[in-house]
Design a protein around this ligand. Structure first.
Ligand code: NAD
Length: 340
């Protein structure tokens, strides 16, 4: 097999998972791992690699796509679900793009559920207090999920896994999606509604839709103003869905009671790096200084199970490309289709 694959933005844990799965038949691909992110400055590393594998942190704009094409790349295999960092228009007709769909929706849904429980019960503040020897109960009691209304934005593989988990909590579950899944709503205790009604009625809102050209900043000043006062907001989807300035203002004014963010608008500048000496992002500093905000560095996917499935799905797509078979997980510039 002569096709070599350039992997960008790789960390040791991923290399291990991909190397392990690559030993399985029919894979066994020649792989070049690069720690560098894929961007204008590094694209030359992929020279003569027909397949390039990239991740959420890579910056695959029109220039990079053009350069990859000139270098001989014909398949871009994203080893993630989101593809907002790829210029699909630029890739159309030149480079086929696949993604790793539904590699472990439970990993992300379980993490988001954990964030919801944490916000509602103040685990984090308690942990900080007891480590200082303070065993006094918090000033304010927590809230149950039972009896609350929870709004799920996006009912693809992760949103559906979230509804599945929430069905055990005796909560009212509302959902908004640009494509409603009527069969799903018949099977699970979830009611589809408009985005506006979801904002107005929910005590907790959790985001599970992709970031697209149409929904950037779907949570902005006006949408926050529609929410119930004191709402909890959980974002494990993409940072760009939330206007960070509006979020900070909402938190300062108490309109948003608490927020848990696994993703952040400008995460490329700090997530997955050790910036312990210098966080020069003022808005991130502001968020980190708020006691009712929890931030994690885009790690909801990060489980053993997810890494293995991510590697398997990615190699299966590459194998299908080599065999000239249809690419099941292809993404195109026309955008997403219902439950693609
Ligand atoms: P999916 O493609 O299975 O489902 C996405 C759903 O969102 C679809 O049902 C789609 O119709 C819906 N949707 C699209 N635009 C929408 C809009 N404007 N408003 C409401 N719904 C909309 O994807 P998934 O596997 O469920 O993943 C969802 C997102 O989660 C990904 O796009 C990615 O950005 C994010 N994600 C984050 C992590 C993490 O580690 N934090 C890991 C994986 C995925």
């Amino acid at each position: 097999m002569s096709i070599s694959i350039a992997f960008f933005s790789t960390k040791a844990y991923e290399r291990h998972a991909f190397e392990m799965i690559n030993t399985q038949l029919p894979f066994g691909f020649p792989i070049k791992f690069f720690a560098e992110i894929l961007c204008k400055g590094t694209v030359a590393l992929a020279k003569s690699c027909e397949v390039v594998c990239a991740f959420t942190s890579d910056l695959i704009d029109a220039d990079v796509v053009q350069q990859l094409y000139r270098n001989g790349t014909r398949l871009l295999a994203m080893r993630c679900t989101g593809f907002n960092n790829v210029d699909l228009q630029a890739a159309a007709g030149k480079i086929q793009v696949v993604r790793a769909t539904a590699y472990s929706p439970e990993s992300i849904a379980e993490y988001a559920l954990g964030l919801m429980l944490m916000l509602n019960r103040g685990y984090l503040q308690t942990d900080q207090c007891v480590h200082k020897g303070d065993f006094v109960l918090p000033n304010t009691p927590g809230n149950t999920l039972s009896g609350k209304t929870i709004g799920v934005v996006g009912t693809g593989s992760i949103g559906r896994a979230m509804v599945h988990l929430l069905s055990g909590f005796d909560a009212t579950i509302l959902a908004y999606d640009v494509f409603q899944d009527a069969d799903f709503a018949k099977t699970f205790p979830v009611t589809y509604t408009t985005f506006e009604h979801l904002l107005e009625a929910s005590d907790i809102i959790t985001l599970h839709c992709p970031l697209t050209a149409d929904n950037r900043h779907m949570i902005h000043h006006a949408s926050i103003a529609r929410m119930k006062r004191g709402v909890c907001l959980v974002n494990t989807a993409r940072g760009g869905l939330i206007d960070t300035d509006a979020l900070i203002e909402g938190l300062q004014q108490g309109q948003i009671g608490a927020a848990a963010l696994d993703v952040y608008e400008n995460e490329q500048n700090c997530f997955w790096q050790d910036t312990s000496r210098t966080i020069d992002d003022l808005r991130l500093q502001q968020l980190l200084s708020m006691p009712n905000v929890f931030i994690s560095p885009h790690q909801a996917f990060f489980t053993h199970e997810a890494l293995k499935r991510m590697a398997t799905i990615t190699f299966e797509s590459i194998q299908a490309y080599i065999q000239h078979e249809p690419l099941q997980h292809e993404v195109k510039a026309e955008g997403i289709t219902p439950h693609s």
